[in-house]
Each structure stands twice: as C-alpha cells, then as structure tokens.
Design a protein. Structure first.
Length: 74
C-alpha cells in the first residue's frame, strides 16, 4: 500500500482513475466521498469489464494508448 494513501473521489469518472492507476502501477484504487470516508475500491478487473461493455470507451483507450507509445521524432 502506498503512503500517503492515493485515492479518487466518488464523483470522478473512470477516465480520471486510469492515469492515476497507470502512473503508480496500481491494480486497485480506493474511492472516497467528501467526508472523506471509504466508499469502495476500483480494481483493474472493474475497468476491464467496463471496457468490454463499452465499445466507445474501448476505442478511446486504444487510441490513447497508441498515441502514448508513438516514437518521438527528432
């Protein structure tokens, strides 16, 4: 577990969670409300299931991944 605990608010979207999880190499991310109280945990499996059920989001993630891994031209 990371210290300090890295969280996301329950009002954030899946798109907000992805860069946090990716940059920290997390498989799970705590979700808190405004109190701040733990209200859930987002997992990599949750994201995968959502991507499979949402073709637009899946296409967007594919495009973003391709852009991020394009070679840098000099």
């Amino acid at each position: 577990m990371s210290t300090p605990l890295i969280t996301i608010k329950d009002t954030n979207s899946l798109i907000d969670a992805l860069p946090i999880m990716s940059s920290h190499h997390f498989r799970r991310l705590a979700i808190i409300n405004n109190e701040p109280k733990l209200v859930g945990i987002l997992t990599d499996k949750d994201i995968f299931k959502e991507l499979l059920g949402n073709k637009q989001l899946l296409c967007l993630m594919f495009i973003i991944t391709k852009i991020l891994y394009l070679p840098i031209l000099s």
